[in-house]
Design a protein around this ligand. Structure first.
Ligand code: MF3
Ligand code: CO
Length: 294
């Protein structure tokens, strides 16, 4: 992304929409970002910096998103279909005044993604897909509320799951928790990405390279692309007001993946081994971070 840094008069209104004068709002902030840009770092465009009103809008959207996942958590069981999960998410969202963001998104036909075992992500709920004892499933939920987007996903263990798969799910959760701790202003997305990657590698797993996280809030998918195979000190500078997802896909075997040729959505591991994913949406604050949605 091109860094746009239009000069603003000190006494003019700030670009962020706060209603304050520029000199009392984002002027020093802009100067600091400009220093990083001049040192050759990737820095966020102004369009990625959310103001208080927008952050509150995302929080409100996130409340619905988390209610959907809570409702799924309560009802998920062996023998149910992934269509029933879709029904729970659709109904909870609509009842709370939201819109399921996946529905009709670039032609996606359902309200939520359900990805089982070797399915990495973007699995499509179906009346013919039944959850079985021993499955692990990712339910990835995204909501639009008053125009604001939220996005998070959780793993669920169905019945009696093997120790091997349980460990994959647990380690993937830890990857996200470790990543969250690296989110603070004036550090880099690569600091977070490397921490996530290292924890997966240490446990003998791989992390998917080609699909990652994203800015999220005003649009479903905003800049930047958030990688978990990145290096500390690299990638975009994190600054207060940025909102993005941490959503590593951790594979038990190879990080190679492929897309379903028939439906054009579902992503699978190339070796057929299981994959897990947890997703949070996180805000960079003045002092660190706030997890908005999980
Ligand atoms: N929720 C997914 C994400 O984390 C996006 C799914 S796009 C869809 O980015 F169309 F498949 F829903
Ligand atoms: Co996402």
């Amino acid at each position: 992304m091109q860094f746009s840094h239009q000069k603003i008069d000190r006494n003019a209104l700030c670009w962020c929409g706060s209603g304050k004068k520029y000199k009392n709002c984002h002027q020093q902030f802009d100067e600091k970002i400009m220093d990083y840009a001049l040192q050759g770092h990737i820095v966020p465009d102004r369009s990625l910096i959310k103001n208080e009103r927008e952050i509150q809008g995302i929080r409100d959207s996130a409340r619905i998103n988390m209610a959907c996942l809570d409702a799924v958590a309560e009802k998920i069981h062996a023998g149910m279909t992934t269509q029933e999960i879709d029904d729970i998410v659709y109904q909870t969202t609509i009842d709370m005044g939201g819109i399921p963001a996946p529905l009709n998104y670039e032609g996606f036909p359902k309200s939520v993604c359900t990805s089982i075992n070797e399915e990495v992500c973007h699995g499509i709920p179906e009346e013919t897909i039944f959850l079985k004892d021993g499955d692990i499933i990712n339910v990835d939920c995204s909501t639009i509320y008053n125009g604001f987007y939220s996005d998070s996903s959780r793993m669920f263990l169905i019945g009696d799951v093997s120790e091997e798969k349980k460990k994959l799910v647990q380690v993937t959760k830890e990857c996200v928790e470790i990543g969250i701790e690296e989110v603070r202003p004036w550090r880099f997305l690569g600091d977070m990405g490397e921490a996530v990657h290292n924890h997966a590698l240490k446990n003998g797993y791989s992390v998917v390279r080609d699909i990652g996280g994203h800015g999220c809030g005003i649009e479903f998918h905003e800049e930047p692309f958030v990688s978990y195979v990145s290096k500390a000190g690299e990638e975009m500078l994190m600054v207060p007001g940025m909102v993005f997802t941490i959503e590593p896909m951790v594979n038990m075997g190879t990080d190679d993946i492929y897309e379903d040729a028939d439906n054009g959505w579902t992503i699978y591991t190339a070796d057929g081994k299981p994959s897990a994913q947890w997703e949070v949406q996180i805000l960079v604050t003045e002092t660190g971070h706030e997890v908005l949605c999980w």
